[in-house]
Design a protein around this ligand. Structure first.
Ligand code: SAH
Ligand code: SF4
Ligand code: F3S
Length: 458
């Protein structure tokens, strides 16, 4: 009886079944994970699945996880706990865990949540067809697929992109930097670049499919190509992509200050499709803390890059990531961060409270900052950044920007759209016809710290 039940359950994984099985997927974490989910869905559609947003109607539940901070991990474990009830009322449902937490926690997930059926790590996203077929063969039991694939390729892997306007392209995976607070090198493995010809052909296909913008992804895009048998620099890759007809905008993230070369600054200036926006995580304004973070550059080095960027590229927007409450961060170190923020004036900052990750070496450091102090520092920094962003945006009132329209109004107001400037600012405006996917000139009439409001011209 039991055997029969299990085999029926796993037959759902087999695309030959008559009723189209449904997958519910929830994604946590960064853009890389969101793009991984697009590949996961692409492959499942090919296997005969359809997607559902109703978890109770699904045959397969997939959680594409993140573990960069403890809070998100707790949230995921609690969701896995809730799914147990769904599985109790419908034992045929299959639950898979993938993404960074799947790699970090592996067997621990099965121990804490025995109702999980299978696990695979981020380097397996191009291998999903195999995993699903193996699972069907397995006919029950627990299944883990976490071996690193030798080469990073997404060639011919089906992908179901969320947007028809802007597309992510992963140019590398993994990270070699081992910032002392960070789990990513452990969850995504060592840095591996994708071959330039594969990236160029993906971009050409996207142009053919009328995509306007490509967004290059990697944990440290500036070190792209170092590991290739025929090394290609990131600057060279940008130049090659800049020549692709039909693509109007090129964005990239994330840059690491230690690898941000002057040559790259010249390339961004020269290549007119490369947007005037650089996301350059600072992490802290204190050289002492940066050293403990193993960021491999001090604050003067960082400030000099900003100077070089601003002296060479007009109207460039610079955004950053920053953390408060790293172990050993004193009030003086935090004041250094506030002062650097006042001096640099970033367009926007993603602010985080340091989260102790037992996999990363900073968890062994003494002088952990109490949570209340961390929170107070975060609020102070957010308030300061809000003031700076509002001041910068205020100066943009009256100016005209080219906006790539990527969304209709959330509130369903007729012909109200939002889009992004090359400097990555959100602009909301009302047009006279459907402008989705178009590049539109918009005059800014009003601003807040987070949004610009405008009127289309011409
Ligand atoms: N590779 C990118 C992004 C890494 S994760 C980079 O180097 O910037 C995105 C951001 O999360 C980081 O920039 C950092 O600010 C934050 N982060 C990473 N680990 C963290 C931790 N343990 N606690 C709090 N924030 C963290
Ligand atoms: Fe993490 Fe540092 Fe690598 Fe970014 S560069 S992924 S913060 S180790
Ligand atoms: Fe991204 Fe989270 Fe992994 S930020 S790289 S999904 S740990």
């Amino acid at each position: 009886m039991e055997v029969k039940k299990i085999s029926k359950k796993y037959r759902i994984m087999n695309h030959s079944i008559q009723n189209q099985p449904k997958v519910y997927i929830k994604t946590f974490g960064c853009q890389m994970n969101v793009n991984d989910s697009e590949y996961i869905i692409g492959q499942l559609l090919k296997l005969g699945y359809s997607t559902t947003e109703d978890i109770s109607k699904s045959n397969l539940i997939l959680l594409n996880t993140c573990c960069v901070r403890a809070k998100v991990e707790q949230k995921i474990f609690s969701l896995i706990g809730k799914i147990k009830k769904i599985k109790e009322s419908n034992p045929d449902v299959i639950l898979g865990i993938c993404g960074c937490m799947a790699q970090k926690e592996k067997e621990n997930i099965f121990e804490r949540a025995p109702h999980v059926d299978f696990i695979f790590n981020p380097s397996q996203i191009n291998n999903l067809e195999n995993i699903i077929n193996n699972l069907a063969k397995y006919g029950g039991g627990k299944y883990i697929s976490c071996d690193d694939t030798p080469e990073f390729s997404l060639n011919h892997i089906p992908v179901k992109r969320e947007s028809k306007i802007s597309a992510w392209i992963q140019i590398m995976r993994g990270c070699n930097n081992y910032c002392s607070y960070c789990v990513v090198p452990y969850t995504r493995g060592p840095e591996q670049s994708r071959g330039a010809s594969e990236i160029l052909s993906e971009a050409a296909d996207l142009a053919h499919d009328k995509y306007k913008e490509i967004f290059l992804l990697g944990q440290n895009v500036n070190s792209y190509g170092n590991d290739l048998s025929q090394p290609v620099t990131f600057s060279k890759l940008l130049e090659l992509l800049n020549n692709i007809k039909g693509i109007e905008r090129i964005r990239f993230t994330t840059s690491h200050p230690k690898d941000f070369s002057f040559n790259l600054i010249k390339t961004i200036k020269k290549c007119h499709k490369v947007c005037n926006h650089i996301h350059l995580p600072i992490q802290s304004g204190s050289s002492k803390i940066l050293k403990m973070m193993n960021r491999k550059c001090n604050i003067d080095y960082y400030k000099n890059i900003i100077k070089d960027i601003r002296n060479n590229i007009d109207d460039i927007a610079i955004t950053t990531d920053v953390m408060v409450g790293f172990p050993g961060e004193t009030e003086k170190d935090f004041t250094d961060t506030l002062n650097v923020f006042k001096e640099i004036e970033f367009d926007e900052a993603y602010t985080f409270i340091y989260s102790n990750r037992e996999t990363a070496v900073a968890s062994l450091l003494p002088d952990q900052v109490p949570l209340q102090a961390k929170k107070e520092r975060l609020w102070k920094l957010i308030d300061l950044q809000k003031e700076i962003s509002a001041k910068i945006n205020k100066k943009l009132e009256g100016k005209i920007f080219e906006v790539l329209v990527d969304k209709k109004s959330k509130r369903n107001i007729e012909n109200q759209f939002s889009g992004r400037t090359g400097t990555n600012k959100t602009v909301v405006f009302t047009g006279k016809q459907d402008l989705l996917g178009k590049l539109v000139k918009v005059k800014i009439v009003k601003s807040t710290a987070w949004t610009l409001y405008g009127e289309p011209i011409g």
